[in-house]
Design a protein around this ligand. Structure first.
Ligand SMILES: O=C(NC/C=C/[C@H]1O[C@@H](n2ccc(=O)cc2)[C@H](O)[C@@H]1O)c1cc([N+](=O)[O-])cc(O)c1O
Ligand SMILES: [Mg+2]
Length: 214
């Protein structure tokens, strides 16, 4: 049977990365996507911006929307302090199965809770299911038309506190125009655009960092 791209990406990790070494897992995926098959990971260039935002916040509770193969999950989790938790939501069970193995290869299972299902269903259940009060950081990288409804849902569910940071991938390419319009015009957020490039290409893309004012 034909393998899928996520399966080939996992094979590249298992072949080229060292177990328990998150940096080598990140490098193996970037090498695979740059030289073998493009895949929609945040990538190394935008990944460095992600790293700096995570390190600046030093978050105890992180939510990632859109795990895919677990590339950004590993990038974020490797920087978290002990006892910090990253909850990552993945809708596609095949992607989730691959991501679990990538996260395990990096040795980060203790810090990551991968939850299968739709963000719209799970966001309202975060508090009761996972004992979350608020998230210090949310990384949005799932379906682009879900960024805005899910942000409004997180506000309504009281999952954001004064100072919570939303970091959104792909605000230029593929683009999230309704989200950008909302977040940049809302008095409840301080937003800043980090110009970069679409992963593994020269096309412009960037990350929007938005701090919730409460
Ligand atoms: O489309 C993009 N991303 C959509 C990601 C979607 C992921 O989020 C999951 N999800 C998890 C929970 C949900 O509720 C819904 C989906 C989906 O099952 C998928 O794993 C994209 C596209 C390009 N591109 O160049 O075309 C570049 C990028 O960086 C991108 O992120
Ligand atoms: Mg993306």
């Amino acid at each position: 049977t034909q393998s899928t791209r996520p399966q080939r990406l996992l094979n590249a990790v298992q072949k080229n990365a060292t177990r328990g070494d998150p940096r080598s897992v990140v490098k193996a995926i970037d090498d695979f996507c740059r030289h073998k098959e493009w895949a929609m990971n945040v990538g190394d260039e935008k990944g460095c911006i992600l790293d700096s935002v995570v390190s600046e916040i030093n978050p105890a509770a992180v939510l990632e929307l859109g795990t895919y193969c677990g590339y950004s999950t590993v990038r974020i989790a490797r920087l978290l302090p002990p006892h910090a938790k990253l909850i990552t939501l993945e809708f596609n069970p095949d992607f989730a199965a691959i991501a679990r193995q990538v996260i395990a290869w990096a040795g980060l299972e203790e810090k990551v809770q991968l939850v299968e299902g739709a963000s719209g269903d799970w966001i309202p259940k975060m508090k009761e299911q996972f004992g979350i009060t608020t998230f210090d950081l949310v990384f949005l990288d799932h379906w682009k038309d879900r960024y805005l409804p899910d942000t409004k849902l997180m506000e309504e569910c009281g999952l954001l506190r004064k100072g919570s940071v939303l970091l959104a991938d792909n605000v230029i390419c593929p683009g999230t125009p309704d989200y950008l319009e909302y977040i940049r015009s809302s008095p409840r957020y301080e937003s800043r655009y980090f110009k970069s490039h679409l992963e593994y290409t020269k096309v412009e893309d960037g990350l929007e960092k938005s701090v919730f004012k409460g």
